[in-house]
Design a protein around this ligand. Structure first.
Ligand SMILES: Nc1ncnc2c1ncn2[C@@H]1O[C@H](COP(=O)(O)OP(=O)(O)OP(=O)(O)O)[C@@H](O)[C@H]1O
Ligand SMILES: [Mg+2]
Length: 354
């Protein structure tokens, strides 16, 4: 039978009180002289004994489990997840407390196990990726030099071709493919062996102009318009112009690749919230909302020829500049990437005296 803990505490106390009152009334009404004294002594002794028993009961029923709980919580805090409350088998609210406590500890134990498992998997994946990265970087390094040689030879051969030779078209295509392979190899090497940016104040408009110029080379024969909207009043921005050019070029190339037939790309510079902001907006196919969280992950690509390093590299470079990249995209309408770079904090105005 389940007895409420308040009842368990109150019953013995009420028993003592009632017994005492009953004996007192009986003694005062019915007995006289030594008889009366004897009964009073027995009654007092009884009352003391009942009080003692009550105290012991209270200690067993409440004090002990609460102390045990206190101690187990301290053990739990120290990281010992093998604790259990021994009073969980009791059929009252204190037992409920014990069972809930044990259940909570069990769940904690399970979550810690899962966390450890996830950590182990992640560690072994990271080790795998690191080894793969080393391998890829080594390969890229080995391929890059002979490729530069081949590119040189192809350049020479092409120069010797007669102006009206049909092979000229093929020659241009081969050159373009060469540049593509070289860019992939460079991205791979940059990703595997990042170098610290050489950050110094420079005109971000000029950096953007260079990136746009290179991107326009890629769309000479396609109906894609690339517009550059500079911010002439933009103060010098602390950045590594080579690396930032690479970031903007990666964004522009992604924009070009997202446009199927004709379209438009705007690269705009602005100064906003104490930052220089470069936005690259395209009218391309947009990004699937399900893929959006993955696009900055290394090797994530939806393209047959992509390596999936462009955006992860761009993000790493921007973060090394204390900046950030944001993206907003609507499927079928287009995508906007925004690169935020902090503008140098204004120098404190020096106090001067007359
Ligand atoms: N402007 C964009 N419009 C649509 N999708 C985009 C755009 N930019 C990036 N993406 C998506 O994000 C993915 C990752 O881009 P990222 O530049 O990292 O790699 P990639 O372009 O596939 O390959 P790489 O840049 O290494 O040649 C792309 O494959 C594409 O699906
Ligand atoms: Mg890319």
């Amino acid at each position: 039978m389940r007895i409420n803990w308040r009842l368990k505490a109150i019953l013995p106390v009420a028993g003592v009180l009632l017994g005492g009152v009953f004996i007192f009334i009986w003694v005062t009404l019915s007995l006289q002289g030594p008889e009366r004294q004897k009964v009073i002594l027995v009654a007092a002794g009884g009352a003391v004994a009942i009080c003692g028993v009550t105290l012991v009961m209270l200690a067993v029923l409440f004090q002990r489990p609460l102390e045990e709980l206190h101690q187990k919580i301290a053990q739990l805090r120290d990281g010992d997840l093998n604790v259990t409350a021994s009073f969980a088998g009791r059929n009252d609210e204190i037992g409920d407390l014990g069972r809930n406590f044990n259940e909570m500890v069990r769940q904690l134990r399970e979550s810690r196990e899962k966390l450890h498992e996830a950590h182990r998997t992640q560690m072994s994946r990271a080790e795998h990726l690191a080894t793969l990265g080393e391998l890829a970087a080594g390969l890229a390094h080995e391929i890059r030099n002979p490729l530069a040689g081949i590119a040189g030879v192809i350049e020479v051969i092409g120069r010797d071709l007669p102006e009206n030779s049909p092979a000229r078209e093929v020659w241009k295509e081969v050159q373009q493919e060469m540049r593509h392979i070289q860019r992939i190899l460079n991205d791979l090497l940059d990703y595997a062996r990042p170098r610290l940016p050489d950050i110094r104040p420079a005109d971000l408009n000029t950096t953007a102009e260079h990136a746009v110029k290179l991107a326009r080379q890629q769309v000479l024969s396609r109906p894609i318009e690339i517009d550059l909207i500079t911010a002439p009043d933009l103060p010098p921005v602390e950045h590594d112009s080579g690396q930032m050019q690479q970031v903007l070029l990666n964004l522009l190339l992604n924009a070009i690749q997202a446009i199927e037939s004709s379209g438009r790309i705007d690269l705009q510079l602005q100064s906003r919230d104490n930052c220089a902001v470069v936005t690259v907006t395209d009218t391309g196919r947009g990004i699937d909302p399900g893929q959006l969280p993955n696009i900055f992950r290394p090797f994530f690509t939806t393209k047959g020829k992509g390596t999936g390093l462009g955006l992860s590299l761009a993000q790493r470079i921007v973060q090394a500049h204390n900046g950030r990249i944001e993206v907003a995209s609507t499927r079928g309408t287009g995508t906007r990437f925004s690169v935020w770079l902090p503008l140098r904090k204004p120098e404190p105005v020096a106090a001067y005296s007359k």
